[in-house]
Design a protein around this ligand. Sequence first.
Ligand code: ARG
Length: 426
Amino acid sequence: MEGAAQANGKDKILLAYSGGLDTSVAIHWLKEKYGCDVVAVTIDVGQSDDLKDAMRRAKSIGASRAWVVDAKKEFVENYVLPALKANALYEGNYPLSTAIARPLMVRKLVEMAKRLDATSIAHGCTGKGNDQVRFEVSIMALAPEMDIIAPTRDWGMSREEEIAYAKQHNIPIPVTVDAPYSIDESIWGRAVECGVLEDPWAEPPEDIFQWTKGMDGSPDFPEYVEIGFVRGKPETLNGARLDLLALITKLNEIAGNNGVGRIDHIENRLVGIKSREVYEAPAAITLIKAHQDLESLVMTKDLLHYKKIVEQHYSDLVYNGLWFSPLREALDAFVDKTQELVTGTVRLKLFKGSAVVVGRESPFSLYNASLSTYAKGDEFDHSAAKGFIYVWGLPLKIGSIVKAKGEGNGATNEAAVGEESASTCK
Ligand code: ARG
């Protein structure tokens, strides 16, 4: 892969440029090592950075061209929405805000590389993370002929050495040794790593948070939100119809203001390392909670329980970089089918970091008050329960009798199986 870029000095390398330390240093390093043009491409998936400024920075460091591709709508419709329908939370915690952005970035980079006749794509991921896997596996799936360059993995510099390299070559960078965080954002969430967070015992300092208020800063009274879903897709917020991008943006603000969506997670990376990750994902956490709750109201028990197994498998698969796999597509088809009746409204109470569902309604609700009530109007056939329990408990009863016999102190089978229960429990 290095040969192809080196063989022809006029070759272009397309660099997935985030504007952060690694990719800023990479522009300079790639030009020096390969003597190629480096084209910096930043994919906008809703990160809050000033991407125009990142573009200017890329050029000032030496990129021959710098582009920002606005992929926010595509991101929410084709990546966030399927993840939400699948209630995707890796290890029950992390809403995959980075993991689902990578395959889209690769799709855009590959399109661009083909348009510009570039034969190599470079990314700024280290050799210890999941993102290198997601980038490269996605490139292999969409453009198997493409060369892949991973400077950050190859150059062998520590973060401190990178900062020193940047200073030495006048590369403007957003981090210092004192604020050494590695931050990654998409509209679905914000991930923070490194620095003091590498000590799992150390409480995350308040200044790492940007999307969520802490206990002290958030309002002293609860805020209610109502989210309306149609076939699993959130379409209204407090009664107002919004497109998905606008709805998520607004909910990030509202839920973040109430401190919702902070996640402190000891995470199992694909490459075998445990890492301590801190996330802020106010809209993601609120929407997943609301969506899960609505599903509980409208789905049959067996579908709901089976879907949970699929959800876990789906989250692992996406986390592990296999977005462009036939299995992910097949699971999405299953999940889509499950969403046909996931229509209704969920009401949540947001308060000092918690988002609690306090109400839900749906035209397809399977909740039947005359069956569940303990008050007047109860239509449940209580007498049917007796026969049901006789059949349901029969294997246990027989097993218990046989076991007791084996231990030498049992009654006879036949007598015990036919016996009436003396219990009067409901
Ligand atoms: N641990 C998360 C993941 O693997 C977030 C990674 C964030 N990346 C970063 N460069 N800070 O999806």
